[in-house]
Design a binder for this molecule. Structure first.
Ligand SMILES: Nc1ncnc2c1ncn2[C@@H]1O[C@H](COP(=O)(O)OP(=O)(O)OP(=O)(O)O)[C@@H](O)[C@H]1O
Length: 258
């Protein structure tokens, strides 16, 4: 890991909330990063040799960016604040390890971020052999450090999985905990244990249920509320982006439950 510096900075949120929430909400931003825009020569009279789908183009771009460390120099040396997370030695080890392995194709670097095995398998199946830079910087902080992160990186740099994988990892953890609890309850009560309403609702959920919603003004809610737990809510400025994120996270989660 590069030298420690205060690159992630707390954002003052005074005057936004009227008290009573101190310590509950904290936002940090990373401002000191460079985007080295690679200028492209104008090809006025030249037609493109071939056309690729936008997804293929993005994936290709990601592969190129993962190989070339110089294109985005996004440094976040203070991913984990020692006061909040404690074990900085472990974090530094992970990060330096990560740097060494960045050019090689293996899953060790992904697993050093604390991702569960099922997600690692999904990543392998999707052939995301190494994380992109924004993913390397955010995943350990979000999963191991349980930090809230405000990150920025250029389009096509892999931001969706940077926030999506911690969400999926968190959901898997909740599900694992509730399964363990159910098993231990059953053992304790010699089976026949009553499920709580929450557990019942949770069990009704299709394993891979993800959806896009659109907002409509002045909606009247019907009395009957479906009591399914909401594990995560991702808000996007456009419906197109919501669909893109859903497709992307579906691609990972469908591999998890295969
Ligand atoms: N680690 C990775 N290795 C290879 N491909 C990846 C990796 N992470 C993401 N991708 C692929 O790169 C493409 C772009 O990723 P993504 O859509 O997350 O970028 P983004 O930064 O969110 O872009 P935008 O700003 O346009 O929303 C997707 O097709 C995705 O499948």
């Amino acid at each position: 890991m590069a030298k420690k510096a205060d690159i992630w900075k707390p954002i003052e949120i005074e005057n936004i909330f009227t008290g009573g929430v101190e310590g509950l909400i904290g936002i940090e931003e990373c401002t000191e990063y460079d985007l080295n825009i690679v200028s492209k020569k104008k090809t006025k009279n030249k037609l493109p040799r071939y056309k690729e789908s936008p997804i293929k183009r993005k994936k290709k771009k990601i592969d190129e960016m993962s190989k070339s460390k110089s294109k985005i120099t996004l440094l976040a040396n203070d991913l984990f604040s020692p006061s909040k997370c404690g074990n900085t030695t472990e974090i530094e080890e992970i990060s330096s390890d990560m740097k060494l392995k960045q050019d090689t194709l293996n899953l060790e670097v992904w697993s050093s971020f604390g991702l569960p095995n099922s997600i690692l398998k999904a990543i392998e199946k999707l052939e995301f052999t190494q994380p992109t830079q924004i993913q390397s910087l955010t995943l350990p902080a979000a999963i191991l450090g349980r930090r809230d992160i405000l990150g920025a990186a250029e389009t096509g740099s892999g931001k969706t999985l940077a926030f999506g994988l911690p969400i999926l990892a968190g959901i898997l953890k909740i599900k694992e905990q509730s399964t363990n609890k159910r098993i231990s309850d059953e053992l304790m009560n010699n089976s026949d244990s009553e499920e709580s309403d929450f557990e019942k609702a949770e069990n009704e959920i299709h394993e891979n249920e993800m959806g896009c919603i659109k907002s409509i003004n002045n909606v009247e809610f019907k009395q009957k509320v479906v009591s399914k737990p909401l594990y995560a809510l991702i808000l996007t400025p456009t419906r197109e982006l919501a669909m893109q994120i859903k497709t992307h996270l579906d691609a990972v989660s469908s591999q998890i439950y295969r």
